[in-house]
Design a protein around this ligand. Structure first.
Ligand code: MSP
Length: 647
C-alpha cells in the first residue's frame, strides 16, 4: 500500500488561532482525507511550536510561566481542530519530552560531525518572526517579513554550516522541479536567497531561557526554528526509533509540507540542509500557499481584526466554513476573507445547487415512485451525458487534488451537481409521470439519485457532515466514506429498491442584511478597464494638488510573477512595497513574460481599493504607458528601493 505523509506548520501558541490558521489546517485535512479515500496509508501531523523569545515575552506580559501560558492556548488549539473535525493522526508539542530529547540528539550529532561550531553572533533579530536578519536585508530599517522593529543582538552562539550545503541544495532544487511549489515560490527562493549566497545560520541563543538547552552547553537554548522544523521527524520517532517497524521508516520522507508563503524560506533552505547534514532524504514537496487577508490587509491580533473560526462555525455550521475555505481561494494565491462572500458561497452552491438537488430528487422519488428508488431501464443520450459528467467529475477531482488544486476539485464536483439539476429540468420527470411513462420515469429517477450518490462520495474529503447526511436521506446508511473513490465513484451502484428518507434541508438559506461589501467591486475584464480609461482621457478634468496627493504612488519590487490559467491577458504578481507584500493582478501578459519581471522595480498605486479580477485578489495597480499596441511599464530610472514614494 502506498503511503502519504502530510504536515501543517506547527502553530505558535502565542494567541488563539484565527481563520487564516484554520485555512492551512482545513486544506491539509482535505488532502489527508482525499489520500485516505485513494486507499493510501496516510499520516497527518500537526502541532504547536512552543519555545522562543516571542512566547517567553507573551508569558511575562501575562504574568504566568511560559509552560502555563502555552498549556492553556494549546488546549484551545486542540479544541479548535476537534470542532473543525481535523483528522490529524498525531499532534506534536515541542515542549513534549519525546520532541525535546530528540532535538538534543540531533543537535549533538550535527555538532560531533563538525556541522555546528561556536562563534559570536552580531546582527539583528525579529522576535515576532523569530528570524535573524542582516542590516542590508532590512526594509526601511524594519523586518522585511512583517515590517516590525528588529533588535540588535550580540551574543556567543552556535552556528550551523548552511553555506557548506548550498550548492547541493541548489542542485536538488534544479533536479526536482516539484520540490518547491507553486513554481513562483521556487524562483523566489533561488533569486532572493540562494543566488545571493547563504551565510551560516545562528542556531542558539543565550539571552533568554525558554527553549531546548544545547545538551553540552546548557546556557544556550536551541534556536526555535531548528527546534520547530525537526518536529516533522521527531514526531515519527527519529533518531531514537528509526528501525524497520518505526513510523519514521514507514512515513519519511514527507510527501507534502504545507506551509504559508512567508515560511517557505525556512522549509526549503534551512530544513533541507539540516536533513542533508543528517543524511536523510528530503521531503518530496513543500507547497507555499497564499494568505487569507482582510480588506484592510493582514489579519493580526495587534490590529484587532482577527476572524474567529469558532464563532463562524457556531453561526453558519462546520461544513459551510470548510466549504468556503476550500472553495473560495485558488490555492497558492492570496484571497480576501469576507463574511458576505461566505454567505454568498453557502447560499449559491450549498443551499441552492446541492441542497435543492437533494430536495427535488427526494420529493420526486416520493411523489412519483412511493419513495422507493426504481430500477433503471435503457439509458438515452440525455442520461449518457449525465453519466459522462459524473465520470468526468471523478477523474477531474483526482487530477486536481494531485496538483493541490483544491478549489478546482470542488468546482468539478459542483459542475456535476449543476449538470444534475439541469438534467432534471430537461428530463422532466413530472411530464413522464403525467404521460404514465413508468419505465422512462424509473430511469430518470434512478439517474437523479445516482448522480447525488456519486457527488456525495466525491465530497467526502472536503465536507465532514454533509456526505453522511446525503447518504442517510438517500436511504444508504451514513457511511459514504467507507468506499474508495475509485469504487464509490463508479456509476450504477445505487441499489434499486432502496427506500429514501427525506429529511431536513441540508443548508437553509442564510439571510444577509448588511450593506454590500464595498471591497467586492464588480469583476472587470482588462479590456473594459482599458476602455473606461480611454473614455476618461477624452475629458480629463483638472485635479488639485491635494487630490493628486491622495494617490499613494510607490516603487514596488516584483517578487513573483506568473500567468493566470484561463486568463490570457493577466499576470499575477507578488510585489514588495517596503515592509508589505501584496498581490497585484495586471493586464500585461501580452507584453511581458513573467520571468523578465522578477526582481524589477516598478511603480504602482498602493492605496487603490482591493478588487477581484477573474477570482484573484488585486491589491493595487501598476503604472504602464501605452501607445497603439505598445505597452511599457513605468520604472524608476535607477534602483531606489521598494517602498520609495513617487511624486
Ligand atoms: N511556528 C511557525 C511555523 C513552524 S513550522 C516548523 C509559524 N507559526 S504561525 O502560527 O505564525 O503560522 C503558522 C501558519 O499559519 C503559517 O503557515 C502561516 O502562513 C499560516 N497563517 C497565519 N496567518 C494566515 C492567514 N491570514 N492566511 C493564511 N495562512 C495564515 O509560522
Amino acid at each position: 500500500m502506498s503511503k502519504f505523509y502530510i504536515t501543517t506548520p506547527i502553530y505558535y501558541p502565542s494567541d488563539n488561532l484565527h481563520i487564516g490558521h484554520a485555512y492551512t489546517t482545513v486544506v491539509a485535512d482535505a488532502l489527508a482525507r482525499y489520500h485516505r479515500q485513494q486507499g493510501k496509508d496516510v499520516h497527518f501531523l500537526t502541532g504547536t511550536d512552543e519555545h522562543g523569545q516571542k512566547i517567553q515575552r507573551r508569558a511575562e506580559e501575562a504574568g504566568v510561566s511560559p509552560q502555563e501560558f502555552v498549556d492553556k492556548i494549546v488546549e484551545n488549539i486542540k479544541e479548535l481542530w476537534r470542532l473543525l473535525k481535523i483528522s490529524n493522526d498525531d499532534f506534536i508539542r515541542t515542549t513534549e519530552p519525546r520532541h525535546m530529547r530528540r532535538v538534543q540528539q540531533i543537535f549533538q550529532r550535527l555538532y560531533e560531525q563538525g556541522d555546528i561550531y561556536k562563534s559570536e553572533y552580531e546582527g539583528l533579530y525579529c522576535t515576532p518572526c523569530e528570524a535573524f536578519w542582516l542590516e542590508r536585508q532590512l526594509v526601511e530599517g524594519k523586518c522585511p517579513d512583517c515590517g516590525r522593529e528588529v533588535e540588535k543582538v550580540r551574543e556567543e552562539s552556535y552556528f550551523f554550516r548552511l553555506s557548506k550545503y548550498a550548492d547541493r541544495l541548489m542542485a536538488h532544487i534544479e533536479a526536482h522541479p516539484e520540490f518547491i511549489q507553486p513554481v513562483s515560490r521556487k524562483h523566489e527562493m533561488i533569486n532572493n536567497f540562494l543566488r545571493p549566497g547563504l551565510d551560516d545560520l545562528c542556531i542558539s541563543r543565550t539571552t533568554f531561557s525558554w527553549g531546548i538547552p544545547v545538551p553540552f552547553d546548557t546556557k544556550h537554548v536551541i534556536y526555535v526554528w531548528l527546534d520547530a522544523l525537526t518536529n516533522y521527524i521527531t514526531a515519527l520517532g527519529y533518531p531514537e526509533e528509526a528501525d524497520d517497524n518505526s513510523l519514521f521508516k514507514r512515513f519519511w520522507p514527507a510527501d507534502l509540507h504545507l506551509v504559508g508563503k512567508e515560511i517557505v524560506r525556512f522549509h526549503t533552505i534551512i530544513w533541507p540542509i539540516v536533513l542533508m547534514a543528517l543524511d536523510l532524504p528530503l521531503p518530496k514537496q513543500v507547497f507555499g500557499h497564499g494568505w487569507l487577508v482582510l480588506e484592510g490587509g493582514k489579519m493580526s491580533k495587534s490590529k484587532g481584526n482577527v476572524v474567529d473560526p469558532v464563532i463562524l462555525v457556531e453561526k453558519y455550521g462546520l461544513d459551510a466554513i470548510r466549504y468556503y475555505l476550500l472553495r473560495e481561494v485558488p490555492f497558492g494565491a492570496d484571497g480576501v476573507y469576507s463574511e458576505e462572500a461566505l454567505v454568498l458561497r453557502v447560499n449559491t452552491d450549498l443551499a441552492n445547487d446541492l441542497g435543492n438537488l437533494l430536495h427535488r430528487t427526494l420529493s420526486m422519488v416520493e411523489k412519483f415512485a412511493g419513495g422507493v428508488v426504481p430500477t433503471p431501464g435503457e439509458y438515452e443520450p440525455l442520461d449518457q451525458d449525465l453519466i459522462s459528467e459524473a465520470n468526468r467529475a471523478v477523474q477531474a477531482v483526482q487530477e486536481h487534488m494531485e496538483k493541490l488544486e483544491v478549489s478546482d476539485a470542488l468546482a468539478a464536483i459542483f459542475q456535476l451537481i449543476g449538470r444534475a439539476n439541469k438534467y432534471i429540468d430537461e428530463a422532466a420527470p413530472w411530464s413522464l409521470n403525467k404521460q404514465g411513462n413508468r419505465e422512462r420515469l424509473g430511469t430518470v429517477l434512478y439517474a437523479m439519485v445516482e448522480a447525488l450518490r456519486v457527488a456525495a462520495v466525491l465530497l467526502v474529503p472536503f465536507l465532514v457532515e454533509t456526505p453522511a447526511k446525503i447518504f442517510n436521506q438517500l436511504g444508504l446508511g451514513s457511511d459514504p466514506g467507507a468506499s474508495r473513490l475509485e469504487e464509490g465513484g463508479r456509476w450504477g451502484q445505487f441499489p434499486a429498491g432502496t427506500k429514501v428518507q427525506k429529511g431536513k434541508p441540508l443548508f437553509p438559506r442564510i439571510e444577509w442584511k448588511e450593506s454590500a461589501d464595498e471591497s467586492e467591486q464588480p469583476k472587470e475584464e482588462p479590456k473594459a478597464q482599458a476602455e473606461k480609461e480611454t473614455e476618461a482621457k477624452q475629458e480629463v478634468p483638472q485635479i488639485t494638488f491635494d487630490q493628486f496627493m491622495q494617490i499613494d504612488l510607490r516603487v514596488a519590487k516584483v517578487l513573483v510573477a506568473e500567468k493566470i490559467e484561463g486568463a490570457d491577458k493577466l499576470l499575477r504578481l507578488e510585489v514588495k512595497i517596503g515592509s508589505e507584500e501584496r498581490q497585484i493582478v495586471a493586464g500585461i501578459a501580452q507584453y511581458y513574460q513573467p520571468e523578465e519581471l522578477i526582481g524589477k522595480e516598478i511603480v504602482g498605486v498602493a492605496n487603490l481599493k482591493p478588487a477581484k479580477l477573474r477570482g484573484h485578489l488585486s491589491q493595487g495597480m501598476l503604472l504602464a504607458a501605452s501607445a497603439g499596441d505598445q505597452l511599457a511599464l513605468v520604472v524608476p530610472e535607477k534602483p531606489i528601493g521598494d517602498g520609495a514614494e513617487v511624486r
